[in-house]
Design a protein around this ligand. Structure first.
Ligand SMILES: O=C(O)c1ccc(O)c(O)c1
Ligand SMILES: [Mg+2]
Length: 599
């Protein structure tokens, strides 16, 4: 598999982009013309740098508004193209992307467009250059890859082929299956991009919201499967126009991009099964079954005692002190929370690490390494388990671990089964605006979690975007929340991170916790009046909910009862009881929580 990335995906100047692409292990780049024009280096210098970095320059793009024009306009096109062919010779690039005409086309006739592409191809051939014709989703007349292929077929010139771009095909809902009918030697280039499901004009969607494969909602493994079946074995090139990636660290974006291709190749090979071997070399990743349980959550601060008070009120038992570190374990059934007192940590207690229960961490760690997840190195002493851990995009450490392997390092606590049925239901991680999409890809690829549809809930100072990453049976649920931009302090905005603990009898649990001094987040009376109106609950149940500050939700799958603790530093807890097959998170109640927490 040859990997390539368009320079338009990355921030910075052309040289900086090239270094980033090389650093992330790309074989090639597409040069986006405005990047070259703005660069102070000469084409020869860019060519030499690429060669030094081990990058090939696979495509020059875009050449616009070439075909479907009248003859006098076409004379200008040839003139304009010739200047670019000379430039491409200086760069040593032999493939030019020609976009379908969006601005100047006046002739809606495949024969005319084909004739013009043929003549452009004849001119290109004299420079040793080939043309890859791409149907833009918003082309004036040509906006469908099937039509661009028909025109290329009619042009019938060895230097004229098609460029397929997943965005233009999937955004329009065009069936990618017919790609298999295009002869492989006529697919000159392949551009890949994912995108979120949005309903907006395709041009804005394409220019601002494209994502790397695995971050959006397009089925890219299926798409690539069709291209591979057609026999294409050229580079897989990412072309992602995205406002966030255009203003964040290009090295980090390039690594994320490389990760997306490695994940996509693996998923596509999996989909194609034995067929994959006959076609292209799609490298597989070490297999990873999504973890079905949280192993532990670690809370870190110079002083975590405020959190420990809450844990005790909730019903946790002290599970012992770590032999060699200022770490204390608390357990409640299968829920394990470790409080780590680190003098140099930032003052507010926060979730520093999440352990995912992986019985065999070796292949999982190997997979994470292949996906370029940054490893975490923690000091361990003789006899202690060296746990495998990686840093997720928001900085939370992700451990691939298994309680039985490390619990023996804690002494002096309650040991053995405590008879409780509690477990960690979900861990909610607030994401900074610039790494939300990266986090979706990280958890999709590294942990094989599945992204659920994005939701938006209203908070007191803006919409909070929420996307849950979950394991197939729902044992691991990781809601990622995106703060409204421009918020100064996550804790104050009711947007601290939280750990939700599931139990079987929340009414009994909360009543007992209150006896121990727990004060759940106070729910306003209006909420309970509305509950009566929405669900027609019995007076008795509403009175109990009101009395215990419990929130309620119901859908056709079941019921959800939950409540929140107050926030300590940047963390709070939720207690939940899922009844029947309720699979949500009480999204309808989120605005009440957010407003109440904002105080
Ligand atoms: O938005 C554009 O103009 C544009 C240019 C080149 C491409 O390959 C593309 O997919 C879109
Ligand atoms: Mg494109």
């Amino acid at each position: 598999m040859r990997t390539s990335i368009a320079t338009v995906c990355l921030s910075g100047g052309l040289v900086q982009k090239m270094y980033a692409a090389a650093e992330a292990g790309f074989d090639a780049i597409e040069i986006f013309e405005p990047d070259l024009i703005a660069a102070p280096q000469s084409p020869e210098e860019i060519r030499a740098l690429a060669s030094r970095l081990g990058l090939t320059l696979d495509l020059y793009q875009p050449f616009r508004d070439a075909e479907g024009v009248d003859e006098s306009a076409f004379a200008d096109v040839l003139h304009r193209a010739e200047a670019k062919f000379r430039l491409m010779q200086r760069l040593g690039i032999d493939l030019m992307l020609v976009c379908s005409n969006v601005a100047t086309a006046t002739v809606d006739d495949d024969e005319v467009s084909a004739g013009q592409l043929r003549r452009l191809g004849e001119l290109a051939a004299t420079y040793g250059i080939r043309l890859a014709y791409e149907a833009l989703a918003w082309g004036r007349f040509v906006d469908d890859y099937r039509r661009s292929w028909r025109i290329v077929e009619l042009a019938d010139h060895p230097n004229v082929g098609v460029c397929l771009d997943s965005f233009h095909i999937l955004s329009r809902g065009h069936d990618p299956k017919q790609i298999e009918e295009i002869p492989a030697e006529k697919i000159f280039f392949l551009q890949l991009a994912d995108a979120p499901a949005l309903s907006m004009d395709v041009l804005s969607w394409s220019r601002h919201h494209r994502l790397f494969p695995g971050e959006g909602s397009f089925d890219l493994p299926a798409f690539l499967g069709h291209v591979v079946r057609a026999g294409y074995d050229g580079p897989l090139s990412l072309e992602v126009f995205n406002d966030t990636f255009r203003q964040t660290d290009p090295v980090r974006t390039a690594r994320q991009a490389q990760r997306s291709l490695r994940w996509l190749a693996d998923r596509t090979a999996d989909l194609l099964g034995e067929e994959a071997d006959q076609h292209a070399s799609l490298p597989r990743l070490p297999e990873m079954t999504a973890p079905e349980a949280f192993d532990f959550v670690e809370i870190k601060a110079p002083d975590t005692s405020g959190v420990e008070v809450l844990l005790e009120q909730l019903g946790f038992d002290f599970g012992g002190r770590h032999r060699s570190k200022q770490v204390r374990l608390w357990t409640w059934g299968a829920a394990r929370i470790v409080c780590n007192d680190v003098p140099s940590a930032s003052p507010a207690p926060r979730i520093a690490a999440v352990g995912f229960d992986v019985a065999d961490s070796d292949p999982a760690a190997e997979r994470a390494a292949r996906l370029m997840a940054p490893p975490v190195h923690r000091r361990t002493y003789a006899g202690e388990q060296a746990l495998r851990a990686f840093t997720s995009p928001d900085g939370t450490e992700v451990f691939l671990s298994h309680a039985e392997d490390w619990m023996g390092e804690f002494d002096g606590g309650v040991s053995g089964a405590d008879g409780h049925d509690a477990r960690i239901d979900h861990v909610n991680l607030v994401q900074p605006w610039h790494s939300f999409d990266e986090a979706v890809l990280f958890y999709t690829s590294v942990l094989s979690l599945t992204p659920q549809p994005t939701q938006e809930v209203a908070g007191p100072s803006g919409l909070v975007r929420s996307q849950v990453m979950s394991s197939p049976a729902g044992g691991v649920r990781l809601p990622l929340n995106l703060l409204p931009t421009g918020q100064p302090d996550a804790g104050q905005q009711g947007q601290a991170q939280h750990i939700a603990l599931a139990c079987q009898d929340i009414i009994g649990v909360v009543a007992a916790a209150r006896e121990r001094g727990l004060r759940p987040l106070k729910v306003p009376g209006n909420y309970y009046d509305d509950l009566v109106a929405r669900f027609g609950l019995s007076d008795g149940l509403v009175a109990t909910l009101r009395d215990l500050d419990l929130l309620y939700d119901r859908d056709p799958d079941g019921e959800y009862l939950h409540c929140y603790t107050e926030t300590v530093g940047e963390v709070f807890f939720e207690l939940v009881e899922r009844r029947d097959r309720y699979d949500g998170y009480g999204a309808g109640n989120a605005p009440v929580r957010l407003v109440t927490q904002a105080g």
